[in-house]
Design a protein around this ligand. Structure first.
Ligand SMILES: *Cc1c(COP(=O)(O)O)cnc(C)c1O
Length: 382
């Protein structure tokens, strides 16, 4: 056995393109740009269902544990690999933060240039630091994400730039792998899959993944030349009901039309003109699911509840899925006995300012034993 074949036989995880190569539009010529993204934990919640007094299984797919701290890495490994395969020397994106963090990191890995357009002042600190640290050119615009998205499309018409926003179909192809991982962990589809909706690429990608895994044509895949590989090797017998939660101040899917001045503390979903409008409606309709909205207060309460009761720290946008599921359980819209998967899209450390603002401030005491004992005794109730 030579060294190469030995290495190929090891179980070292090498990212989602290698893992799902036969289910992705790549060939042996595609230069794989990876940071070993994917393979994130599916964590079952125990304390929260007890607290809600509901006999349900809730599992969190914690995408905050990807290399740059959000699910965007799943899309970016595909988008950047295909850009490099096509000879691209530079990529560009509009971003509320996490896309720019992922684009910057994967561009660094691929040794190509990266330009990111972000809304001035409305980006979480952790995300901005990532884009800057990885050496992308950060352009803050006096406008919101939707303005940035429009400008990126205009710029790419005349300049040698590959767009790596989710209008790039390879992004959704990479992101669909989350469904494969959930299916492999559970053995089949959950009853419900809940997630936050902003630009709506992710809910669309989830649906593509679940549909392909169940051997059902979804209409958005054109890489199998009519011979669908999923029909022979199904991962699922059924698909889940898809539930998309939006922030009340940025809820075009609830209003039924685009929203011009989206506003929410959950900056990752502060989007009023979602690009994947039709695909997301199809996911909702074909799955028999629904869209609902959460107020900023509900989102922050959900984020805090998850952090305090389960030890999982996600960012505000991600908590929309938890806040929404709690509400729908209380209303009985989601019934007892259900299995629910929530995608926690990003890590809580992305947005330390919002976390600190809503938490109890540390007490400051003298560096003396008695002073500290006093604080502890108070909390122990002694
Ligand atoms: C990008 C993002 C979303 C929204 O995903 P869409 O595909 O735009 O709907 C939600 N949460 C986080 C943390 C994100 O980074």
């Amino acid at each position: 056995m030579n060294m190469t074949s030995h290495l190929n036989m090891t179980s070292h995880y090498r990212g989602l393109i290698e893992r799902y190569r036969d289910r992705l539009p790549v060939s042996s010529d595609t230069p794989v740009v990876t940071l070993n993204e994917g393979n994130t934990p599916l964590i079952e919640l125990f304390n929260l269902p007890n607290l809600l007094r509901k006999n349900v299984r809730i599992l969190c797919k914690f995408e905050g544990l990807n290399p740059t701290g959000s699910f965007k890495d799943r899309g970016m490994t595909m988008a950047v690999s295909k850009a490099v395969e096509g000879g691209s020397k530079a990529i560009i994106c509009a971003s509320t933060g996490n896309t720019s963090a992922a684009a910057a990191a994967y561009a660094a890995r691929a040794n190509i240039r990266c330009f990111v357009l972000i809304p001035e002042g409305k980006i979480a600190l952790g995300k901005l630091s990532q884009a800057m640290m990885h050496g992308s050119v950060v352009i803050q615009i006096r406008g919101n994400f939707d303005d940035g998205m429009r400008l990126v499309q205009e710029l790419a018409e005349t300049m040698p730039l590959d767009i790596v926003n989710s209008i790039n179909p390879y992004r959704l192809q990479g992101q669909k792998t989350i469904a494969f991982e959930v299916l492999e962990a559970l053995g089949d589809a959950p009853d419900y899959h809940a997630l936050p909706v902003g630009n709506a690429g992710n809910i669309s990608a989830h649906w593509i993944g679940y549909s392909e895994a169940a051997g059902m044509a979804c209409g958005s895949c054109n890489h199998c030349d009519g011979k669908c590989p999923y029909l022979e090797n199904k991962l699922a017998t059924r698909r889940p009901i898809m539930v998309g939660y939006q922030a009340s101040g940025a809820a075009p899917f609830l209003r039924g039309h685009m929203v011009d001045d989206p506003e929410t503390v959950a900056t990752a979903i502060r989007i009023g003109h979602p690009v994947s409008w039709d695909l997301a409606w199809a996911a909702k309709n074909e799955s028999g699911g629904w869209f609902d909205e959460c107020t900023d207060e509900e989102i922050l309460r959900g984020q805090k509840l998850l952090a305090e009761t389960e030890g999982i720290f996600c960012e505000p946008a991600s908590a929309a899925s938890i806040a929404g599921v709690c509400k729908d359980l209380e209303l009985g819209v989601i019934g007892e006995g259900s299995t629910i998967v929530c995608t926690l899209t990003g890590h809580g450390l992305k947005d330390p300012d919002t976390a600190i603002e809503q938490s109890t401030k540390p007490v400051v005491v003298d560096a003396k034993r008695a002073a500290i004992e006093g604080v502890i005794a108070k909390h122990l109730g002694g």
